[in-house]
Each structure stands twice: as structure tokens, then as C-alpha cells.
Design a protein around this ligand. Structure first.
Ligand code: GRF
Length: 222
């Protein structure tokens, strides 16, 4: 096993339960995982993910928006902390704020996000509710590089998840979440391990992925 000594410093931004955050933290414990989680930042005081991060002895910060005059000021405050911590990549994991253009510019190609649908379908909120209403048979989840438009940006990986006959929103979201926990650590591994690159705003994979059947084949290097 090749053990990478210099793991990339990663920050995770959360607002809620932090189950994706926990999946990433767990994966990052592997000696050959190319990233380590240096800090978890929440915009909500009561985010369950904060307790989980503390359990893993990861530095946590709660930064509430009320102390700042504007979204840009808020994002700048976060940006300063991330620079001080020498953060290289940022994972938005259920972070319920839209990042400002200024923030995205500073961290260009270094912020990734997970969304519980097969993007570009079902951007925005209430994804599972809309999927069920449309009676589609297959949904999924996507990890993408963050761009200025909501839930837009080059897709790193996606996984399909079946929608079953008697699914409720809760049942479907739990099934999708289980898959999110697989693809998010995997996507960060690809990014931090420099296994992907961008060409014309599209993610190209250097190697064929060793993942399961649900994966939608990403573009491979020619
Ligand atoms: C996930 O479904 C994620 O795709 C979406 O918000 C949810 C966060 O869940 N962006 P958790 O906080 O990671 O448990």
C-alpha cells in the first residue's frame, strides 16, 4: 500500500446532521486516503454534525450569519479562517447557504458539493418530493465542483438509485443518502488524489473507477 504522507487539508461546511461529513471523516482515516479533515464549520448552532465532528476530535466552528452585514462579509470571514488553516479543498455537505460569487472565485475548482439527484435534473430543494411526484423510476446523487449557479458545475461522480413503488420521501431519501455516503468520500479521494482534471469545464478521470454497478461511467482520459 502506498501511504501518502502529505494529505491535503480539507474543510467541511455543514448545516445539519452531517452524515455525509461523517462518511468523509471515516474514509479519511485510511492511511492511503489523500485528504485529512482539518476543520468543520457550521452556520447553525444546533447542527448535529458538530457533535459528531467533535467525537472525531476535529476542530469545529459555528459561524452564525447574524453577526455579519452581508453574505459577502460572512463568506469572507469563513474564507479568512480557511486560508489560515491552509485549506486546499472545501466540501459542502448539507450546507444550506448559497455561497457568494466572491467566495467561489477565491476557491475556484476547490469547492465540491453533494446533491441528492442525478444532476442536471432536480436542482434545488425538495428533490425527493419532486422525483416521487414525477413518478420516475431512477434517481440518484451527484458530487460536483461548485460554480456560481445553484447545483451547477462539472460532475465528478454520480450514482443511480432506484425509486421503488411504495416509496415515501423518507424512504427514498434514506436510500439515496446511503449512496451519497459512498460517492462523496470517493469523489474527494479523486480530487485530492489528483485523479481527475478539468477539460472544457468537464471532469476527466485519469483512471477507470473501481466502484459498484450503480455508477454512471464518467469520462475517461482518451
Ligand atoms: C444530503 O442529502 C445532501 O445531498 C444535501 O443535504 C443532505 C445533507 O445530509 N445537500 P447530511 O447533513 O450529510 O446528513
Amino acid at each position: 500500500m502506498v501511504i501518502k504522507k502529505n494529505k491535503a487539508n480539507v474543510a467541511i461546511l455543514i448545516s445539519g446532521n452531517g452524515s455525509n461529513m461523517e462518511a468523509i471523516i471515516k474514509a479519511s482515516k485510511a492511511p492511503d486516503y489523500p485528504a485529512k479533515i482539518a476543520i468543520v464549520i457550521s452556520d447553525k448552532e444546533d447542527a448535529g454534525g458538530i457533535t459528531i465532528a467533535k467525537k472525531y476530535k476535529i476542530r469545529t466552528l459555528i459561524i452564525l450569519k447574524d453577526k455579519y452585514n452581508s453574505r459577502i462579509d460572512y463568506d469572507l470571514a469563513i474564507s479568512k479562517i480557511l486560508s489560515k488553516e491552509k485549506i486546499e479543498y472545501i466540501c459542502a455537505a448539507g450546507f444550506m447557504r448559497i455561497l457568494s460569487e466572491e467566495f467561489i472565485d477565491v476557491w475556484w475548482n476547490r469547492i465540491i458539493n453533494i446533491h441528492p439527484s442525478l444532476l442536471p435534473s432536480y436542482k434545488g430543494l425538495n428533490t425527493h418530493q419532486r422525483v416521487l411526484k414525477d413518478k420516475i423510476k431512477v434517481t440518484g446523487c451527484s458530487v460536483h465542483i461548485v460554480r456560481k449557479e445553484l447545483d451547477e458545475g462539472p460532475i465528478i461522480i454520480q450514482a443511480k438509485v432506484p425509486v421503488k413503488k411504495n416509496d415515501t420521501e423518507e424512504i427514498l431519501s434514506a436510500r439515496v443518502l446511503k449512496m451519497e455516503h459512498k460517492i462523496y468520500p470517493y469523489a474527494l479521494m479523486l480530487l485530492a488524489g489528483q485523479k481527475i482534471y478539468l477539460e472544457n469545464n468537464t471532469v476527466i478521470h485519469k483512471d477507470k473507477l473501481s466502484f459498484d454497478n450503480f455508477l454512471i461511467s464518467p469520462l475517461l482520459k482518451k
